[in-house]
Design a protein around this ligand. Structure first.
Ligand code: C5P
Length: 217
């Protein structure tokens, strides 16, 4: 993958509720960081767009740190503009506050409703800007894995999608994972293993498909 510019998004996003609270999710960033490291090991020039995580930047990888989905979108659009390959492993918050409270919200009533609005879809926005970019998405699903993954592959115009079963101690915030990878006319399972082992196999599969789709690369 020498000479290939790859952008990876990883980790959760963090959406402020007020100056001291936020909405986030259980993503640790481990799988995305392992994919960035594995693509680096295959010779790619890697930029890692990372939400707030407790992981060090992998050596030799350019890390851009962001908090919100909107910041992740802006950083990804900018980095992807000169790139060949995007792997979106981030668990982007689907919603953010319609209005972030300027001051700490006080506990005046027994119930509290927060008004939320949809975040932009990073993959969809990058695809619209760069129709020729080789794009890999993730699909974390609690049910009907293949059906949801194939739907996302088509709807988001992805080249590959890596699907994993989540919930009940699976995938999020643990050190192991297993993936089912889908593309337009095929699929391949990556068996349960460390996130590093899974990432190495995924990076090889990405490289194989990327080089096949990009004969001049
Ligand atoms: O639709 P869903 O969120 O399940 O799709 C997951 C895939 O889309 C992941 O690759 C994730 O990084 C990406 N995504 C994105 N922007 C969002 C939400 C998800 O790029 N706002």
């Amino acid at each position: 993958m020498a000479g290939t510019k790859a952008v990876i998004t990883a980790g959760p996003t963090r959406e402020a509720i007020d100056p001291v609270r936020f909405i986030t999710n259980r993503s640790s960033g481990k799988q995305g960081y392992a994919v960035a490291t594995a693509l680096r090991d295959l010779g790619a020039d890697v930029t890692l767009i990372s939400g707030p995580v407790a992981l060090p930047a992998p050596a030799g990888v350019t890390r851009v740190e962001v908090e919100t989905a909107e910041q992740m979108l802006a950083a990804t659009l900018q980095s992807a503009a000169g790139a060949d390959l995007l792997v979106a492993a981030a668990a982007v918050a689907d919603y953010r506050m319609t209005d972030v409270a300027a001051h700490k919200i006080k506990k005046h009533s027994d119930t509290l409703s927060l008004a939320l609005q949809r975040n932009p879809d990073i993959l969809a926005t990058v695809r619209a800007a760069q129709p020729g970019l080789f794009m890999v998405g993730f699909a974390a699903e609690t049910e009907r894995l293949a059906e949801h993954a194939r739907d996302k592959l088509a709807r988001k115009h992805l080249n590959l999608i890596a699907a994993n079963q989540v919930g009940a101690g699976l995938a999020f915030d643990v050190d192991t994972n297993a993936l089912q990878v889908f593309w337009a006319d095929g699929q391949q399972a990556i068996a349960q293993g460390s996130k590093q082992a899974v990432a190495q196999q995924l990076a090889e599969l990405i490289a194989h498909h990327y080089l096949k789709a990009t004969p001049a690369a």
